[in-house]
Design a protein around this ligand. Structure first.
Ligand code: GTP
Ligand code: MG
Length: 384
């Protein structure tokens, strides 16, 4: 099953437009905030140039990329009064509670037809609002757990007493509008956390949505250190960048509207248009790839006459677990993995024979930690 990235953000930040660009699914967008709690879902392929290159070498019958799922929900922060104090509705939460990571869309584009609900663009304000809303939602989750744990602690079991103490500390932190991810946790606490599925614990990826005329500058700004001269949309980008850096989070700049429009063109025309703008790749591809990294995933590859294929494992996975992705028998009967890294195969002109002569084809055992871009052939014995 594909891992899921939830697309969230304030109303009218361009979430659905981005979703459309990512998936070419053509979900409905509007110039006024979506009020109903609906969700768009789509599984998208993770673009991987290595597959294209390998296909040139192996001439397979088919190419199979890996995939991740995106979920797009209504804007956050439209609630008022009592609803605001309780955080996000249960229905809304249902859509993102189980997401493995969050893509947070930050509105930095100006658009008089669909004005920013809080006035002008301001990434710092928007991100504070958004995080506070997520924290309030988590607070409600923690409160429920405090009730349950409180009852159990009455039995005098020390474990529940400790848990209760931890939950109260966590509660205090969330109550200040701060994300749970900022705290440090011991093993007991980590176990409790895993059961809570807190929104502010999920890995984050920031997607700054800018007008197409500043897209190139925004990309450069994300790479650079200073922003003294940035104004308007670019000042917004700089603020989002600083936030992402402080959190050690990934950040990508896109123009969702441009992307969605390009998504409707034939691929060649879209590529030509991008080149004319001086942009190497579709932003949608960059978002998908960043989402993949945020999920802590890497790809290993298999290549042969039948298919050239990318497979997903979490970072740190060992060879038998990787084998198990292909078939449980491969894991059970794992003997060895014959591994050549994609870069080494390419350096050998795509020839396995040359790669072997250079000593780049290795036989690895069950403790081998798979690297992104490893091309692997598994040796296994099913009768074991
Ligand atoms: N100029 C410009 N307009 C954009 C961009 N992205 C989105 N918009 C416009 O902003 C409006 C809202 O876009 P949506 O994609 O529906 O935003 P959303 O975040 O899904 O909105 P809700 O679901 O209602 O919260 C639409 O009128 C879009 O055309 C962009 O990059 N540039
Ligand atoms: Mg929407």
């Amino acid at each position: 099953m594909a891992l899921t990235v939830g697309i969230i953000g304030l109303p009218l930040s361009g979430k659905t437009t981005l979703f459309n660009a990512l998936t070419r699914a053509g979900a409905e967008i509007s110039g006024y905030p979506t009020s109903t709690v609906q969700a768009n879902r789509a599984v998208v392929q993770v673009p991987d140039e290595r597959l294209t290159r390998l296909a040139e070498i192996f001439n397979p019958r088919k190419i199979v990329p890996t995939a991740i799922e995106f979920v797009d929900v209504a804007g956050i922060g439209q609630e008022t009064g009592a609803a605001k104090r309780e955080g996000l509705s249960a229905e809304f939460l249902g859509h993102i509670r189980n997401a493995d990571a969050l893509a947070i869309v930050v509105r930095c584009f100006e658009n008089p037809q669909a004005p920013h609900p809080s006035g002008g663009v301001n990434a710092t304000r928007d991100l504070d609002d958004l995080t506070a809303e997520l924290a309030i939602t988590d607070l409600a989750t923690v409160d429920k757990r405090i009730d349950a744990t409180g009852r159990k602690a009455k039995s005098g079991d020390k474990k529940f007493g400790e848990e209760l103490e931890f939950l109260r500390r966590l509660r205090e932190h969330l109550n200040e509008g701060r994300p749970a991810s900022e705290l440090h946790y011991n093993t007991l606490e980590e176990n409790v956390l895993r059961e809570l599925f807190l929104l502010t614990m999920k890995p984050r990826l920031y997607v700054v949505n800018v007008g197409e005329d500043v897209l190139g500058d925004a990309g450069a700004l994300l790479e650079s250190e200073n922003h003294a001269s940035a104004t308007g949309e670019l000042a917004c980008v700089a603020a989002a960048r600083d936030r992402a850096r402080a959190e050690n989070a990934e950040i990508v700049a896109v123009s969702a509207k441009l992307e969605a429009e390009l998504g409707e063109l034939p691929e060649e025309d879209a590529a030509e248009y991008l080149a004319a703008l001086g942009l190497p790749k579709l932003g949608a591809d960059r978002v998908i790839q960043a989402g993949y990294r945020v999920l802590n995933l890497i790809s290993f590859l298999t290549a042969g006459e039948d298919e050239v294929r990318a497979w997903t494992v979490t970072q740190g996975a060992k060879a038998p677990a990787a084998a198990g992705k292909i078939h449980t028998d491969f894991e059970r009967g794992f003997i060895r993995a014959e591994v050549v890294h994609y870069d080494d195969l390419l350096a050998a002109g795509g020839s396995m024979k040359t790669a072997k002569e250079h000593g780049h084809v290795r036989l690895e055992g069950k403790d081998y930690v798979v690297r992104d871009g490893d091309i692997i052939e598994f040796r296994f014995n099913v009768s074991k």
